[in-house]
Design a protein around this ligand. Sequence first.
Ligand code: DQA
Length: 151
Amino acid sequence: MNHKPVTRILVLNGPNLGRLGSREPEVYGSGNLADLEALLVESVPPGIEIDLRQTNDEGELIDWLHEAVDSATPVVLNPAAFTHYSYGLRDAAALVTKAGLPLIEVHISNPHTREEFRHDSVISGVATGVIAGFGFDSYRLGVDQILRARS
Ligand code: DQA
């Protein structure tokens, strides 16, 4: 395992998550990405940087995972719809965990209670762990776990 002290956590978000707040609030809640960032920043001890990003572009998300490997930075990842079919993203996620870095897959909703196509994740098999169904707290739990495991 890579035991460099954690100073930064990448919190990466896939497609359509930039629309949080207005996108299906009955499923994803009324908070937007800025609210999520504020919640996470508030929840971490001083000296830990939350680097929250969102993209609709699969290649950009893959590049960010490569960056995580190169900078030895732990990752909380909500792959959004890419969860269900992106083998490219899966291979990039595997690079992170194979490098000994934690990668926690998170979902705001519980995909298993939803449409059938959401029941499969191609990411889970290479993730360190999976947290789903707790709204924005799924991210908070993921960040907490990274800090607990690394302290
Ligand atoms: C999601 C669940 C996915 O099925 C969906 O495509 C998303 C968000 C979640 O956070 O619950 O965009 O990852």
